[in-house]
Design a protein around this ligand. Structure first.
Ligand code: N01
Length: 556
């Protein structure tokens, strides 16, 4: 790290190293943030918990882990040489390819020298006297910094359910979000999987290929569309690369950060045959996208009746594929509208339940009571197995932020401020926490979008905001309480114009006992949101207070 301070500053504690910015996390957002800030001449220290970079793609190495946004979309656009030189192999690349890509980015932009691995940031405290953050890690590091960027990811605080008895279990157990780097061999094993979200849906068919027996414990069935993954046609790759500017622009202006046509019709204004044809084209199209069903009609997430047509279409496909009627019925979602829990893409997911050694247990009907030393017990039956896989998800969106002891003005803890749900302005900053930025934070499109599109937009906006502060000789930036209140109310209001809040989903915090039920992401759309952020900046960072260094008492 080169110590090239551009602005004089006071350090909170003598002898504590100073940097301009601390970035927490070395996934895609942390790496790009480092690259941007360093390019502006700032000194930056990145801390990363893992022993490698990659974030999501470092941790989620479970069998079948792959992205479900197309590779040509799920990739950085900030550097055209990078964009042109990287060759993707599949429509939806697997985890190891994505991890290679992220490592390539780290090497290509010489990022590693400012990243400290295997180091968890435990505390960040704002010192009002000197207007700097004091950051501490579990390895004893301390840094004084003007800016803190939380690039901690929306789905990184993994969650093992609060079922008693795990400490008694004598077999091996794993969480999909913390998979061993060396992989796991399930050959000949009796395996249990708890959870049927995106991770479970991807892992189950591959675990079934190895295991002697597989029991899947399902609480809520999900809508799973066929991924139709395949190798990328080199001609297609070349043609997208030729049109990349246009493709990226369309993605940035779109609803979900993926360039798909905007629907103009209601599902209810077309004939049943036309609707069926549309849904079939989504289901069977080799080139389909995760969001194609959702963008089939303009009222899919606002009208229960419109949504029901898509939900019924998927339930019908499940009934066609799954041979045992009881299992098929258990796999058909009835308790939430299509898309209000994140839709999943699968490969042979429903087909897997036709295999003789695979069994589905409906733990909504017969809940898990406890884990035992040999397996688990439901209210109806005792199960024995060798390996237990938790595909039980994450304390999403806020978990990785509140896991750090972040204290702002008046020593207020972020987790206390957010006791009734996250409050942010634009999902980027929190009132009372000056110069603390959250990449893809709650209140931004984040998890409802192509994450890379949203990461780039946030990183670039934050970098511009910091550049503007430095150009103006300003020391701190934070939202007003009014701007934060208004934005938080807007996020909630727009969310409640849709069917999303009707589902018990991690978008709502429902998967974490005791977490407030608040619709956390912003559903207004990636393009609309970007425009709002740009307008705020163009209007002199409207809604933010930006101030020059306040002279500390006793120093004048
Ligand atoms: O986690 P989830 P995930 N007893 O929360 C169940 C992204 N992602 O890791 O629905 C029994 O979706 C829980 O049941 P319920 C993507 O954004 C992307 O699969 O709460 N079951 C649910 O079935 C995704 O949405 C990709 O009733 C329990 C499951 O565990 C997000 O990450 C791949 C339980 C958790 O599903 C999270 O996905 C993977 C209990 N006590 C992930 N507790 C791709 O890009 C929880 N469950 C492809």
């Amino acid at each position: 790290m080169t110590q090239t301070h551009q602005q004089p500053s006071n350090s909170a504690v003598k002898g504590v190293p100073e940097v301009d910015a601390v970035v927490v996390g070395a996934g895609m957002s942390g790496l790009y943030m480092l690259h941007k800030l360093r390019g502006m001449g700032l000194t930056v220290q990145v801390f990363e918990k893992g022993d490698g970079v990659g974030g999501t793609w470092f941790w989620n190495r479970y069998p079948g882990a792959r992205v479900d946004v197309k590779s040509m979309d799920y990739s950085f656009s900030f550097d055209s040489e990078l964009e042109q030189e990287w060759e993707w192999t599949e429509k939806y690349p697997p985890q190891d390819e994505l991890l290679r890509y992220v490592n390539h980015v780290a090497d290509r932009f010489d990022l590693r020298r400012d990243i400290k691995l295997e180091t968890t940031v435990t505390e960040a405290v704002f010192d009002e006297d000197v207007e700097r953050w004091h950051v501490r890690t579990d390895k004893g590091d301390q840094f004084s910094t003007q800016y803190v960027v939380m690039a901690t990811g929306c789905l990184s605080a993994s969650k093992v359910p609060e079922v008693p008895g795990l400490d008694l279990f004598r077999g091996r157990w794993f969480h999909t979000g913390h998979w061993p780097a060396q992989g796991v061999d399930f050959s000949g094993q009796r395996v249990a999987v708890i959870g049927t979200g995106s991770s479970g849906v991807q892992a189950i068919p591959l675990i079934a290929e190895q295991a002697a027996e597989l029991t899947v414990f399902q609480r809520t069935p999900n809508f799973v569309l066929p991924a139709r993954n395949h190798p990328i046609d080199p001609e297609h790759q070349r043609s997208v690369k030729e049109r990349y500017d246009e493709v990226r622009r369309a993605a940035r202006e779109s609803g979900f950060g993926i360039a798909v046509p905007t629907p103009t019709k209601s599902a209810l204004e077309v004939s049943p045959d036309e609707r069926q044809a549309r849904y079939e084209s989504v289901w069977y199209d080799e080139d389909n996208n995760l969001v194609d069903m959702l963008v089939s009609y303009n009222d899919m997430i606002t009208s229960q009746a419109a949504n029901d047509t898509a939900a019924q279409f998927v339930r019908d496909r499940i009934a066609e594929i799954v041979e045992d009627p009881e299992t098929a019925a258990a796999l058909q979602p009835h308790d939430h509208p299509f898309g209000t829990k994140r839709p999943c893409l699968g490969t042979n997911y429903y087909e897997t339940y036709n295999l003789p050694h695979v069994r589905l247990v409906n733990v909504r009907k017969t809940p898990i009571v406890e884990i035992t030393h040999r397996g688990l017990r439901t209210t109806q039956e005792e199960f024995e197995f060798d390996d237990l896989v938790f595909a039980t998800g994450f304390d999403a969106m806020t978990g990785a932020l509140t896991a750090v002891d972040i204290r702002g003005r008046g020593d207020v803890r972020l987790q206390d401020k957010w006791h009734a749900g996250p409050r942010t302005y634009l999902g980027i900053q929190v009132a009372g926490f000056p110069n603390l930025f959250t990449i893809t934070g709650p209140g931004s499109p984040s998890v409802l979008s192509n994450m890379v599109t949203s990461i780039e937009q946030h990183v670039e906006w934050v970098a511009d905001a910091i550049a503007s502060m430095r150009a103006g000789g300003l020391s701190t930036m934070e939202p007003t309480v009014e701007a934060e209140d208004e934005w938080t109310a807007h996020v909630d209001e727009v969310g409640h114009m849709t069917l999303y809040p009707t589902a018990d989903s991690w978008y709502m915090g429902s998967n974490v006992p005791g977490k407030p039920r608040v619709f956390m992401p912003y559903i207004g759309g990636v393009g609309v949101y970007r425009q709002k952020c740009d307008e705020v900046a163009a209007n002199g960072y409207e809604g933010f207070v930006r101030r020059p260094q306040q002279v500390p008492a006793g120093m004048s």
